[in-house]
Design a protein around this ligand. Structure first.
Ligand SMILES: C[S@@+](CC[C@H](N)C(=O)[O-])C[C@H]1O[C@@H](n2cnc3c(N)ncnc32)[C@H](O)[C@@H]1O
Length: 213
């Protein structure tokens, strides 16, 4: 009897996960069709995957975005930036290394100009210090393997040392969390578990006294 209950629970969970997964897929497709943009994951040039937008929206809602500068590290076709537009960020940067993805993002934003948005076709490790040192909220959806993640943490740490300010790092599909807290500058502020994602989203902060729920 116990085993049967376990199996039923597992089956319900599986069906629920699949339903949410396909609902999300449909939501993203509708996003493309209604907005007439190309946010699809169909690209041949690199290993591109798009964030789940309802998850990103939930994450943004937990943060104070007012007058903050946002940067999507590896912004792909710009879907996360499109969502960021709906929040009160003062400036929104998308940095994408891949030329093809960058130009798709440019055409996705060519109508309806929003002066807060700036798309940069560059390696994040080569962007100018002035831009980097103005950022308060970094967003990462799996752009890097281990070594680059460590390099990125060091990049942000040095930027903080040059310009002491409030910084939050949103790390989705978190794999190398420990790298972020090694220098004792950032600590975990929040951990969000989404039902269809296997690993949680972790928000790191350099601010003391920010609650962990
Ligand atoms: C998984 S996609 C995420 C796309 C988008 N941020 C999102 O959440 O929908 C990761 C992106 O990071 C880009 N990327 C990888 N290394 C990068 C680097 N060093 N500098 C800038 N972009 C990079 C890839 O080309 C890819 O488009």
């Amino acid at each position: 009897m116990y085993k049967v209950t376990i199996k039923i629970k597992f089956l319900i969970k599986l069906i629920y996960r699949k339903t949410i997964f396909y609902a999300d897929h449909l939501y993203q497709k509708l996003f493309d069709i209604i907005l007439q943009k190309d946010f699809s994951e169909e690209v041949t040039s690199c290993n591109y995957k798009q964030s789940k937008l309802y998850e990103v929206k939930t994450i943004f809602k937990t943060l104070n975005t007012n007058h903050k500068v946002f940067l999507d590290v590896g912004s792909g076709k710009g879907a996360v930036l499109f969502l960021a537009k709906k929040f009160d960020f003062i400036k929104i940067y998308g940095v994408e290394i891949d030329d093809c993805l960058h130009s798709i993002s440019v055409s996705n934003f060519k109508d309806k100009k929003d002066n807060r948005i700036k798309l940069i076709n560059s390696d994040i490790f080569k962007i100018n210090k002035k831009t980097l040192d103005s950022v308060n909220i970094f967003y990462l959806f799996n752009p890097f393997p281990y070594n680059e993640t460590a390099r990125f943490v060091s990049l942000v740490t040095k930027s903080y040392q040059r310009n002491k300010r409030e910084i939050q790092i949103i790390y989705t599909c978190s794999k190398y969390n420990f790298l972020f807290t090694q220098e004792n500058i950032f600590k975990e502020m929040k951990e969000i578990h989404f039902f269809v994602s296997n690993s949680p989203t972790i928000i790191f902060t350099n601010q003391s006294g920010q609650s962990y729920d």
